[in-house]
Design a protein around this ligand. Structure first.
Ligand code: SF4
Ligand code: FES
Length: 252
């Protein structure tokens, strides 16, 4: 239910010509029965990010707003949230780009809510670890400090998938995750592909066994929404299809 409490921000020393209404979802699962949206008027500049605006509110208007962030440069993956209905990184989304007078920020779908905009990513990290996200190879050429040379073509097989920052936006956008909380999800499956496709790695069969189960790779219906929201240019939908190629015998 929308709460129409409006708080005017007056503390900013620099006067901006533009203001926007920031609607922040407030919910504490320990004592709230549902989410309430609280509205704040904030000033912004061309370069103001959604995270900047939330932190401005937190500093000057409502200290209780719960938000998680760290790097503020799209590297750590901490600040994922739903912004005007779409999963995005708050530190990588400028208010001016959204072209709207109202910005609604909510916790990402498909994760338990810790409080307000913060979700619990432990489940995603646990599934990520199940994929054995490291090079498996006892060969001394790998385990020693000696350089292991790869051709540009060999690197091309996996390099975009190595850009994943574990922000979880892809899992949040996934319609299969919305109906099957045990589904491994695009983040983990993409990381399985990243290592299977790396010619230094010998753990392909171990990983294929892990993903070839009822809540595994075959549950993906190829909606493609994971790839649309990834802020790092990773294409999880393609990674999943390429991974299927190993199970179907098209790839070795
Ligand atoms: S694949 Fe993209 S959206 Fe998914 S966790 Fe990695 S960086 Fe985030
Ligand atoms: S704060 Fe690190 S990705 Fe946004």
């Amino acid at each position: 239910m929308a709460n129409t409490q409006i708080a005017e921000e007056q503390s900013s020393s620099e006067v901006s010509s533009k203001t926007v209404t920031l609607k922040i979802a407030k919910f504490n699962p320990e004592h709230d029965s549902g989410t309430q949206f609280v509205d704040f008027k904030v000033q912004y500049e061309r370069w103001t990010t959604v995270l900047d605006a939330i932190l401005d509110v937190k500093e000057h208007l409502d200290h209780s707003v719960a938000v998680r962030y760290s790097c503020r440069q799209a590297s750590c993956g901490s600040c994922g949230m739903k912004i005007n209905g779409r999963p995005r990184l708050a530190c990588f989304t400028k208010i001016s780009e959204l072209d709207s007078d109202v910005i609604t920020v909510e916790p990402m779908n498909n994760y338990p809510i810790v409080r307000d905009l913060v979700v619990d990513l432990e489940g995603m990290f646990d599934t990520h670890k199940k994929m054995k996200p490291f090079i498996i190879n006892e060969d001394s050429e790998i385990t020693n400090t000696k350089e292991f040379l790869q051709t540009p073509e060999q690197i091309e097989e996996y390099i975009q998938f190595a850009n994943c920052i574990k922000c979880g936006l892809c899992n949040s956008a996934c319609p299969t995750m919305a109906t099957d909380s045990s589904f491994l999800g695009p983040q983990a499956l993409t990381q399985a592909y990243r290592y299977v496709a790396d010619n230094r790695d010998k753990g392909k069969n171990e990983r294929l066994k892990i993903i070839d189960e009822s809540h595994g790779i075959w549950r993906c219906h190829f909606a493609g929404s994971c790839s649309q929201v990834c802020p790092k240019g990773v294409d999880p939908a393609m990674g999943i299809q390429l991974l299927r190629g190993y199970l179907l015998g098209f790839r070795k």
